[in-house]
Design a protein around this ligand. Sequence first.
Ligand code: NAG
Ligand code: NAG
Ligand code: NAG
Length: 278
Amino acid sequence: MKVLLFVAAVALIHGSYATLLIKGPTQPVLEGESITLECLYSDSEHNISHVHFEVFSKYMQRWHVVWERSWCYYSVYIEQVGDSLFLTIPRAGRYYEGPYRCVSDFDNVTAQENSSQLLEFKVHYMGELSLTREGYSSYLGVPQELKVRAGDDVVVKCSASSSEELSYSWQKEGDDWILPLSKLSLKKVSRESEGQYTCMAEHPSVESLSKKRTISITVLPGPSRPRPARGPLMTILTRSPSTNQVWSLYPPPAETNNLWCDCTSRWLDEGEGNGRVD
Ligand SMILES: *[C@@H]1O[C@H](CO)[C@@H](O)[C@H](O)[C@H]1NC(C)=O
Ligand SMILES: *[C@@H]1O[C@H](CO)[C@@H](O)[C@H](O)[C@H]1NC(C)=O
Ligand SMILES: *[C@@H]1O[C@H](CO)[C@@H](O)[C@H](O)[C@H]1NC(C)=O
């Protein structure tokens, strides 16, 4: 702003030509807030009707004319009021940071009359907190209640998109420790590990953006044994009526997955260790 006032003052002293100015937010904006930018000449002799807004696309690496549009979340309105041209963004988003400039439509103007300084502002935002269990599909996330087996290692990562690096911490309800990390690591869980765990994420500049999410961890009894590298999730153990021999897969799966079958059935060997119950 100081720079703009200085430029304007120089132009007024010289008196011969005006300066195209841009005004807008002087401090960071929150996502969802409304923003207004203004183009005006330092000298009211100049007609702002022949000026337009441009925005620099970081993605395309070039300047674009800003057009009016009303597409719900992406609306932009341009309106001339008196000697000023206003650009209104009803809901600021993370892609609206600019830089912006005001540019004259004419090519018979001086550099100061032709384009303004650049205006850029910060839009602060923070997305929803997502919790993912390490080694598991991050697409599914973590259910509100996480069931784990006694003896397992559990690593839960807390994350969110944000305009600035967040500071994360974990806390367990009823305990007084605070773990200042985004990852909660529980080694060889037991019944004592059960409870409500809360991840907190604080935005360094905007306290009101801070968020929390809680999961409850339930520990199921019995150590989990390694799952077979391939093969069915449910294993059928069956007794051959002729030999009375118990068939099973190797390695032996956890008890809860077993289904005993004492009926008359045949175990068919399909080769390479794959079997099928008939
Ligand atoms: C500015 O330009 C517009 C459109 O060309 C015209 O209608 C308007 O009268 C002009 N205003 C001044 C103050 O010259
Ligand atoms: C006016 O400014 C724009 C943007 O900087 C530039 O592309 C254009 O050539 C300039 N025109 C004149 C007449 O200076
Ligand atoms: C610049 O050009 C526009 C139209 O091309 C004209 O209306 C205007 O009077 C010109 N200005 C000067 C200072 O020559």
